[in-house]
Design a protein around this ligand. Structure first.
Ligand code: NAD
Ligand code: ZN
Length: 368
């Protein structure tokens, strides 16, 4: 039988496990039956056409074999569909399918599906259980863990949502076989981020084994995902609601979010914007005396070896202005996460605007 790695997540509302391993998808039915102590409760898999087309048959087989009472529904995915109205239609669909308070949802898709279905589970009949089965690299190492759920408004991303921890998270790296190259690379930057902030040996393995990772070699993929999940799980276990430690996970995100917003979320995938943001944060770290020039160079080289990345063309001042209005900003200050060594990071505040501007100019030059 496939070996399954268990990574515990301990948040205040609930302790749960991430179960990770190649072939976990085929064991989903029996894992869910035992983990959720299921008898005859209705399970509703909520997925997207794109994912279901590739992997629906495998999940079906596994749920049937465990003799679960289950059904599925497909909803639109992609950032533009991540809205209250999609969640509302899905909720209507749940009632038509006969889902009640004892039912559990399975979010089977990328981060968009995970966030929407997590949110749906948080509010449907005032809260039902949810299991995350993430199918993109970004969702496997980041979005599916920690219980943040939500949708976008026209006025901004993730502005409506709630914390709703899953019962468990099932991660099968095999699911990534059908993911397109650009989406796959974009997920790698979140893994690299985990290395920079908390796991030097993860960072070094990504530095060293680029080709193996890009080839999605089984062992390399399993190990990289596991290490990143351990970083995220450890951080959210200590700090569910993003007051202190959890902010370290935003390494590269201050500039990354600004780049995404400034290009109307059309030019960069999230991970790609974070990639540029990680380099900018390294430069800001050097200017602030927190990051050594050598470590900044290593971070820059490590990021760029997973390129191509979209070119950065936005107006420098517009980017700098957005860093002060970042969602994570408290009281108008800016905050940056900077590395004090590879594998260690801290939060710094009130970085002078000319320092940020120089870092942005530098990534613009690098991107040409
Ligand atoms: N909750 C959190 O803590 C958290 C953290 C990070 C990101 N997010 C959210 O995650 C979202 C981004 O998630 P994403 O990058 O996974 O994007 P996504 O969910 O939009 O998926 C990207 C694309 O890949 C397709 N896809 C998914 N799995 C596939 C597979 N196995 N094979 C082939 N195609 C597949 C999807 O249909 C989609 O077209 C954003 O909305 C972001 O806000 C949430
Ligand atoms: Zn991110």
């Amino acid at each position: 039988m496939t070996p399954v790695t268990r990574i515990p997540v301990r948040t205040k509302p609930r302790a749960y496990d991430v179960l990770l391993g190649t072939g976990v998808l085929d064991r989903a039915g029996s894992l869910l039956r035992s983990r959720l102590k299921l008898r005859n409760e209705l399970i509703v898999v909520v997925s997207a056409e794109n994912v279901w087309k590739h992997w629906g048959a495998r999940l079906t087989k596994s749920l049937d074999r465990a003799k679960l009472r289950w059904t599925h529904t497909l909803i639109p995915d992609g950032e533009r569909a991540k809205t209250l109205s999609t969640v509302e239609s899905a909720a209507e669909q749940l009632t038509r399918l006969g889902a009640d308070r004892t039912s559990a949802l399975i979010a089977f898709g990328g981060g968009v599906i995970g966030d929407m279905v997590g949110f749906l589970a948080a509010i449907y009949m005032r809260g039902v259980r949810v299991v995350q089965i993430p199918t993109t690299l970004l969702a496997q190492v980041d979005a599916s863990i920690g219980g943040k759920t939500g949708v976008n408004l026209t006025t901004g991303k993730n502005l409506v949502g709630s914390f709703h921890q899953p019962q468990c998270v099932l991660i099968d790296p095999q699911l990534l076989a059908t993911l397109d190259e650009r989406e796959f690379r974009a997920g790698i930057f979140e893994i690299l981020k985990c290395g920079v902030i908390a796991d030097r040996s993860l960072f070094e393995s990504l530095e060293r084994d680029r080709d193996r990772l890009l080839a999605r070699e089984k062992k390399m993929l399993e190990r990289s995902i596991e290490a990143a999940v351990r970083v995220k799980a450890a951080i959210v276990s200590k700090d569910e609601r993003e007051s202190g430690l959890r902010r370290l996970l935003n390494y590269g995100h201050t500039i990354g979010h600004a780049l995404e917003a400034e290009t109307q979320y059309k030019h960069f995938l999230h991970g790609e914007a974070v990639a540029w943001g990680m380099i900018a944060a390294a430069l800001i770290g050097v200017a602030s005396g927190k990051t050594s020039a050598k470590d900044a160079q290593r971070i820059t080289t490590a990021v760029l070896q997973y390129s191509p990345l979209p070119v950065v063309q936005s107006n420098t001042h517009a980017i700098v202005a957005r860093t002060a209005s970042d969602k994570k900003t408290v009281g108008g200050k800016n905050h940056f996460i900077v590395a004090t060594a590879i594998g260690r990071a801290i939060v710094i505040s009130d970085v002078p605007t000319d320092v940020i501007a120089r870092a942005v100019d530098q990534i613009k030059r690098l991107s040409r």
